[in-house]
Design a protein around this ligand. Structure first.
Ligand code: NDP
Length: 397
């Protein structure tokens, strides 16, 4: 029986709130707080309709540490789950330190003025969290999150050493819009337009944005799709925690239509993250772009098809070379039917709930700041099968 405070009433926050409400024996009280309280109220209403569970809502600007401290003190949650934006990671971690409450998020901290995602800012909290005897679990979404757990599970059960890792994220679904992003547009576009990076024999190799691609044949009828190399945050911790790793890369599929729109937006300056002067005011073009693009949460009823996200791993077991692909396939329509969101929010919101459950049940619990692959993957993998994200393993010849 535990009380959870979820911060952020967007696509992911909505899914996590619905999934927690499905397990009242663990999440006996749910509080959802966000900048716009009406969004929390709409989610709470839908949860009540679907699960018969009441969710308490609150307004919160999580950039304001004192405001978050006051809310935590009032609610006294057992865990704070941060599903706002990466910019809020450090202020919310500060509030958790001040109130000595455990913390979880799904994306690593990014400063607003530089599109650079690195764990260094959050890893710097290691000693402070240890001293207070509280835990922070970083990146408990799908990628990062489940992909890290897939790697830890493969290392435990399938390999003596993993030598090559390719994390491949495929959205084979379609929402019928000219251009829209499946999660927060600002964070998504910042991620995609930065330089690519992969790890090779101990060095980080940089590539021009979206300049490397490969075709991958996805299982279960999804078929061949073009995937582009990106830098993704889980690589940073996995290269430190996987034994014998020689190369680690991350790939994501994009349609030609998406890339054409993105190129035009970039070329005309609409993806800039620095302020520009407009009629006497300073505006940040990417913030304005976010305001005119469809809200990811609105794509729920429109999106059809499936996602397939998995880890392709090559390594050795008992002296023999082997390659496996561990993956989940998630249907946009089934996710919408269950919780009213498309599969991108679903595949992130479910692992956030499972991470919180692991911590509350003390299956994963230790003072300090942790990445997902540092805990025993077995209970998490079991929970994925039970709570809507079943996975499979394929031997690749
Ligand atoms: P949305 O933009 O849909 O939702 C973000 C929510 O946070 C909004 O409701 C917003 O409120 C709220 N918020 C923003 N700033 C503040 C603040 N200062 N105080 C309180 N609330 C705030 O994003 P998503 O739901 O798509 O994504 C949520 C997080 O999940 C992001 O960090 C994203 O990077 C991460 N993510 C992780 C993935 C993974 O696999 N690991 C995959 C997809 C996303 P308002 O509406 O009022 O602006």
């Amino acid at each position: 029986m535990s009380k959870i405070l979820i911060i952020g009433a967007g696509g992911v926050g909505s899914v996590t709130t619905h999934k927690c409400a499905q397990i009242p024996e663990i999440f006996s009280e749910i509080v959802l707080a966000s900048r716009t309280k009406s969004k929390c109220d709409a989610i709470a209403q839908d949860v009540l309709k679907r699960s018969g569970i009441s969710v308490t809502t609150a307004s919160l600007d999580a950039d304001d540490v004192q405001e978050t401290i006051a809310l935590i003190k009032k609610i006294e949650p057992d865990i704070v789950v941060n599903l706002a934006l990466p910019y809020q990671d450090l202020p919310i971690m500060d509030a958790c330190l001040a109130t000595e409450v455990d913390y979880l998020d799904t994306a690593n901290y990014e400063p607003k003025d530089v599109a650079k995602f690195e764990y260094k800012w959050q890893w710097a909290y290691q000693e402070k969290f240890k001293e207070k005897g509280i835990m922070a679990l970083l990146g408990s979404g799908f990628d990062p999150g489940v992909t890290n757990v897939f790697c830890a599970w493969a290392q435990k059960h399938k390999f003596d050493e993993i030598h090559e890792l390719d994390i491949i994220d495929c959205n084979a679904g379609s929402h019928g819009q000219h251009f829209a992003t499946n999660f927060n547009p600002e964070i998504n576009i910042r991620e995609i337009t930065q330089r690519g990076r992969f790890w090779d024999h101990g060095d980080w190799i940089e590539t021009d944005p979206l300049s490397w691609s490969m075709n991958y044949n996805f299982p279960e009828g999804i078929g061949e799709k073009k995937c582009y190399l990106l830098y993704h945050e889980e690589l940073e911790s996995l290269v430190m925690n996987l034994k014998g790793l020689k190369r680690a890369r991350f790939w994501m599929t994009f349609s030609e239509q998406y890339l054409t729109h993105l190129r035009v937006l970039e070329n005309v300056g609409m993806t800039r993250i620095d302020p520009v002067e407009y009629q006497g005011n300073k505006i940040v073009p990417i913030n304005f772009l976010k305001a005119v693009l469809p809200e990811p949460a609105s794509l729920g009823p429109l999106t059809k098809g499936r996602t397939c996200i998995g880890c392709l791993m090559k390594g050795v077991k008992d002296g023999k070379s082997k390659t496996i692909f561990i993956y989940n396939i998630c249907s946009h329509e089934a996710a919408y039917e269950e919780v009213g969101s498309q599969a991108i929010s679903y595949t992130t919101g479910v692992p956030a709930m499972i991470g919180a459950m692991m911590m509350l049940q003390k299956k994963w619990h230790a003072s300090g700041v942790w990445n997902m692959e540092q805990f025993d993957p077995d209970p998490f993998m079991e929970a994925l099968n039970k709570h809507g994200l079943p996975w499979k393993v394929m031997d690749i010849e």
